[in-house]
Design a protein around this ligand. Sequence first.
Ligand code: SAH
Ligand code: SF4
Ligand code: F3S
Length: 459
Amino acid sequence: MSKRLYIETVGCQMNVLDSELVAAELLDAGYELVGSAREADTVLFNTCSVRQHAEDKIYSALGRLKHVKDRHPQNIIGVIGCMAQKDQQMIFRRAPHVDLVVGPGQLGRIAALLERVAAGDGPQMEVSPDRNSADRAAVERSFARFEPLRTAKVRPVPHQAMVRIMFGCDKFCAYCIVPSVRGPEQSRPAEQIETEVRRLAEQGCLEVTLLGQTVNSYRDRSSGRTIRLADLLYRLQEVEGLRRVKFVTNHPRQMTTELLEAVRDLPKVSPYLHVPAQSGSNRVLRRMKRGYTAEAYRKMLAHIRQTVPQAAITSDFIVGFCGETEDDFRQTVDLVCGARFKNSFIFKYSPRPKTRAAELYDDDVPHDVKRRRNNELLAIQNAISLEDNQPLVGRTVEILVEGPSKAARRRGAAGEPTQLVGRTTCDRIVVFDGPKHLTGKILQVMIEKVDVFTLFGCP
Ligand code: SAH
Ligand code: SF4
Ligand code: F3S
């Protein structure tokens, strides 16, 4: 049987990385990657549970595959990642044509599980034990390290790579499903991370993005000494060939002076900081269990601006959280107006089963109010982003070229030059015309025009 694999990925960068690792593992096991579910005989959905909408999308995509499975019963359909861990057996009940359910901690077992399905052993499921039902060490072990050898071939952009430095999360923000689907917070040993980054750099990788749900709480004690994120950055600065290091996502409570000074002092570390605020109202922040006040968040912003004046700071917000009044929302608007984030991701609150918020509070902000607040906040943020992009016109920025832009890929433009896209160290997107072979190069580009999300340049 041929093994044509398609992986559909939703969710955060952790998932994008996991899909890359699964692809690497399965290519090794003799699979070939194809570009659509239609051409594949094995389809994996790498799923997200952070909001209801992300789950609905997967269940409807699964529904659409039902008739294909009826016609080709030997095809294999798998659900992997966060929703697999959250919904478990329920996935087989809602979509009986699914063959495989694998949680984020068991991704290293996929090749073997697929073989069992193909051998006729019936549906397979492997997930971690529930965080409340087993002891912490057992749950930690179940989120097994899965970092197979990867090659530039499976990366969307060979010159960039994501590197996981932490698993899981222990913050338990009241609204959030992540700690229960991604397990306890665990830091990978710095030694391993350094080795992985060196290997990536040897393969020509110029930029790494270090990933953790709260990346700035990184703490490796495996060698007897405590190694924090700032220390790790100093070590990665020394990696030959590597040009840029980014890291996401930061928690506002752990933006330490040492970390900010490392960002300021290390030339390879990008002055780009994603530090979600979630709300500007103390009452809401308390109910969210975020562990800081709006004043403390503002103080932290001032600390960043003072230490790393050129930093681009980005944030996430949830609007319409349980009990959020118009006055609470105005305080969020105030924060956004004053903070001048490079951009903000704004989400409508979506209750998640078994989280503290879902258990304690009513989801009492009507949907149209959530939508209005979302649109209003987005419009304010967009106006700020545009205003702050304006001074870049006429300036030269350094970008890492990621390849043809989405528009150019859609047009299938074969001729040169084509429209290329790159990113600045501050994570700004730059679009310009040039030959494809510039992909993976670091270049200076002069900015001619800007809009909210994009800078337009000429090399
Ligand atoms: N670990 C990161 C990312 C968590 S998920 C962090 O701590 O910031 C990404 C974003 O999704 C969060 O920052 C939050 O803004 C949003 N989010 C999480 N749970 C949500 C929920 N139940 N409803 C709406 N948005 C949510
Ligand atoms: Fe979720 Fe909070 Fe952990 Fe982020 S810090 S993953 S929002 S629980
Ligand atoms: Fe979603 Fe899981 Fe990431 S729930 S946001 S894919 S950690």
